[in-house]
Each structure stands twice: as C-alpha cells, then as structure tokens.
Ligand binder design. Structure first.
Ligand code: ADP
Ligand code: MG
Length: 263
C-alpha cells in the first residue's frame, strides 16, 4: 500500500473510532489542532488536552442549554441586566454569592420579599439561569402554576410522577406567592410540596406578603401557614427588597423627557 493510501485508511479508521466514542469536537477539530500544536512545537499531551478541553466545553455548553430549556423560565432576564443601583436596600454581594449555588448544595432556601415591581421575578429568573449554567437542575413555577400542576396531576393520577420529577430538581422556584389565595385542596398540595422539599430540594420563593399575612393565603389556616413557614424558613436567606416599582419609575422618567434614561 502506498503511504498516501495508508494515511487515508488511517483517517477513515480514526473517524469511525471518534464517531463510536461520540467525540464530535475531536472529529471536527483534530486536524486543525494538530497543525496548531505542530506549529507551536507543543507536546502530544498538549494536543490531547486541547482537544479534550474543547470536547468537554462543548458538552457542558449543550447540557447547560438543555437545563435552561427544561427549567421553564418565563423570560431570559439575567443578573447583568439588573440595575443594582436602583435598589440600594438590596445587597449585590449577597445576590452574587447566591448565584454561585452553594445554598443549593446546603439545601437552603431563599425568600425574595418585597412590594410589586421591585425586581423579584427578574432576580429569581436570573439566579435560576445562573445556577442552571453551573450544573444545577432548576424548575420555575408561579405559585398558581404549581398548584394547577398539582391539581392536574392528581386528576390524571400522576401525582407520584410529578413529585418524583420535582424531587430530582436541585432548586424549585415558586414565584408570586401571595397574589392569589388558594383553595383548601390547593393549600394542601402546596403544603405537601414544601414538606417534600424540606432539606432535600432548595426552594426560592418570591412574595409580596409579609410572613404575618401568610395565613390569609391558606384560607386563614394559621396552623398550616405556621407549619409551612417553619419548614421554609428553617435554613433560609431572606432578601427584603424595599423600594418603589422599577417599572413605575422608568415610566415616570420616560414621561419626564427620557433624558435620565440615557445616563
Ligand atoms: P416583581 O416581580 O418584584 O413584581 P419584576 O421582576 O417583574 O418585579 O420587575 C418588573 C420589571 O422591571 C421587569 O421587566 C424587570 O426586568 C424590571 N426591573 C425591576 N427592577 C429592575 C432593576 N433593578 N434593574 C433592571 N430591571 C428591573
Ligand atoms: Mg413578580
């Protein structure tokens, strides 16, 4: 066999090996990487490390995209879009610390408390997206949506499946607790949800209701609200966001001529 034919045969074989091993980045980039390493006089180990690093990065990127999709976020708001200067009562370092996800490893919860429009949902989505990228499995629900999901699952006899799915999450976000009171059954499901998550799955709750008013969410049931708060706040980071609605301030600025906005 001529040397050219043997090189071609080798290339075909290598391609089939890389395909069998599911290494598309190696397959696509090994020749270019080999040229680059030869030019730079780098060792075989460098070549292998370069390719393996690219393959791992591509795989992690894909897994991160998949996790972001599965989380069901209602928007793509990021921490980088959040204007911390607009909410001086919020400690930016605490938010950045939470975005690292250590609270999730410790099975701790987060409560974002504050009036409408101060950025609670924005922060919940942005924190969720950040920890997704760090490898955590997240699901986003509004409180009403979570209750509806439970009621539907019960109706269709797949409560166990729903609960198994939720317990495989690292973080469940429950947005807008407090806007709507729940029915008796709804309250019971919500209670069951928080009990199930207790010390197993981290929960991030956003709410406009001070804790003292939580019983009204559960049809005035003080005992249920108390037991729920007890579980939720056992290991918790509470961020109390004070201030005026960001939306409202933005529209005021726009009405005043918009020159503030260009700052
Ligand atoms: P909440 O959930 O507290 O009612 P949202 O998170 O829905 O408030 O915020 C309302 C709107 O204002 C959203 O579009 C959000 O992105 C924006 N917003 C709120 N606070 C900020 C902020 N500090 N920086 C940038 N955008 C903000
Ligand atoms: Mg909100």
């Amino acid at each position: 066999m001529s040397p050219a034919a043997s090189t071609r045969g080798q290339a075909v074989l290598l391609k089939s090996y890389l395909k069998a091993l599911r290494l598309p980045v190696f397959q696509r980039e090994h020749e270019q990487a080999a040229r680059q390493c030869t030019e730079q006089g780098r060792a075989y180990e460098d070549y292998l490390e370069l390719l393996a690093g690219r393959e791992v990065a591509a795989r992690e990127g894909k897994a991160g995209d998949r996790r972001l999709k599965q989380a069901g976020f209602p928007s793509a708001k990021e921490l980088s879009d959040f204007e911390f200067a607009a909410v001086p009562s919020l400690n930016k370092d605490r938010i950045l610390e939470l975005s690292q996800g250590r609270f999730i490893q410790k099975k701790e919860n987060v409560i974002l408390l504050g009036p409408p429009g101060v950025g609670k949902t924005h922060l919940a989505v942005a924190l969720g997206r950040e920890v997704c990228r760090r490898g955590f499995k997240v699901r986003f629900f509004t409180a009403g949506g979570l209750v509806t999901t439970y009621l539907e699952a019960r109706e269709e006899s797949r409560l166990l499946k729903l609960e198994a799915g939720l317990s495989r999450c690292d973080l469940v976000i429950v947005d807008e607790l407090g806007y709507l009171p729940f029915s008796q059954t709804g309250s019971e499901h919500l209670f069951a949800f928080f009990s199930r998550c207790y010390e197993k799955v981290s929960v991030l709750v956003t709410t406009n209701l001070p804790f003292s008013q939580w019983p009204q969410l559960f049809g005035g049931d003080e005992r249920l609200a108390g037991a729920l708060l007890d579980r939720l706040t056992h290991k918790v980071h509470i961020l109390d966001i004070q201030g005026d609605s960001y939306r409202f301030r933005e529209s005021l600025k726009a009405r005043e001529g918009g020159d503030d906005k260009a700052r």
